[in-house]
Design a binder for this molecule. Structure first.
Ligand SMILES: NC(=O)c1ccc[n+]([C@@H]2O[C@H](COP(=O)([O-])OP(=O)(O)OC[C@H]3O[C@@H](n4cnc5c(N)ncnc54)[C@H](O)[C@@H]3O)[C@@H](O)[C@H]2O)c1
Length: 296
């Protein structure tokens, strides 16, 4: 696929979890050289396996023409990246924790070339809060990829008050090269568009479950069948990761003081118990036997 515009070289993706590996895959599929970076070697090995599995599936269904083996060659899996080469774009995909995100970005701010654009994939933290800790707040922007990124084309682009117009244009050009569908957010408010609406629904769904109004399966079915959602609010929460959605609710709650975003108690208990959804085999549903089974 073509690579027009400014970005034709290397993309750094920090964090090889659920989102980072998916974004790395779509960058490689569209011809970019990618360094996928994580501080956990096992996560990197798992990411490599999953990307290859996903590419082989797309290839066997004739949804892409290039051989999976050729695409994966464009991805370097690394705990310790080499930044001597030019880095055109860096996408931060570490967990939804503002101090961790700042630490990671400050570290890469020191070692990356000054022209590298930094993007954060935060689900809900206002971009300005993260950008202010770096020396490149004009070259830092939010790119919130819808999940899972290999299937969903939408990306919210969120400039902060400090982001330059040139950074917005270059980011749009990069995302167009990835064939993404872009929604630009005009004001840098916690939760942006997607999570402001989705997390309010998820919190209400969880509260209905807590009150015993209906089972998780019935709450999800109501929204799937009644509103045409592809996933109900609880199954979507399990897919995203309950730690991630709880942290995102807290970011919006802190920013707006709106009590609708205060995390429901049962969500907090599940996170404390390490039941984070699909990625740990249990959340609002049980995944221990493969696909989800009804829990309540
Ligand atoms: N899960 C979703 O559906 C979803 C959707 C859109 C945006 N997001 C956002 O994307 C970001 C990542 O979410 P995720 O679901 O991929 O999380 P995840 O927990 O699956 O992955 C995070 C990865 O970051 C790694 N990491 C932690 N500290 C690191 C460091 N210092 N250096 C390098 N790697 C480090 C972890 O080992 C882990 O593999 C979060 O900000 C989240 O809010 C998530």
């Amino acid at each position: 696929m073509s690579q027009t515009g400014k970005f034709s070289k290397r993309i750094f993706i920090i964090g090889a979890g659920f989102m980072g590996r998916g974004i790395a895959q779509i960058c490689a599929q569209h011809g970019f050289s990618v360094s996928l970076i994580d501080n956990d070697k096992e996560v990197l090995a798992d990411a490599r396996k999953e990307i290859l599995w996903s590419l082989e599936k797309l290839f066997s269904k004739k949804q892409m023409a290039e051989e999976p083996g050729d695409i994966i060659k464009r991805v370097v899996f690394s705990v310790n990246p080499d930044v001597h080469d030019k880095v055109d774009f860096l996408i931060e995909c570490v967990p939804e924790d503002i101090s961790l995100k700042k630490t990671v970005l400050v570290h890469y701010d020191k070692i990356c070339p000054s022209e590298t654009i930094f993007a954060t994939n935060t689900s809900a933290i206002p971009i300005g809060k993260i950008a202010a800790s770096t020396t490149r707040s004009d070259r830092l922007i939010g790119t919130h990829f819808a999940s899972p990124p290999v299937m969903q084309k939408l990306v919210e682009v969120i400039p902060s008050l400090m982001t330059s117009k040139e950074t917005v244009l270059n980011t749009r050009s990069f995302l167009e090269n990835l064939e993404r569908d872009i929604v630009e957010v005009k004001v840098d408010k916690a939760g942006f568009i997607m999570n402001r609406i989705y997390l309010a629904s998820a919190a209400e769904g969880i509260r209905l479950l807590e009150c015993g109004v209906a089972s998780s399966a019935e709450i999800d079915r109501a929204m799937r069948v009644g509103f045409g959602w592809s996933k109900g609010p609880l199954e979507a929460a399990d897919l995203a990761g309950l730690d991630i959605i709880r942290a995102a609710m807290i970011s919006i709650w802190e920013d707006t003081a709106d009590p609708r975003f205060s995390p429901p108690e049962s969500l907090t208990r599940l996170v404390e118990a390490g039941r984070l959804g699909r990625k740990t085999g249990s959340g609002f549903y049980d995944y221990s036997k493969g696909d989800k089974t009804k829990k309540s």
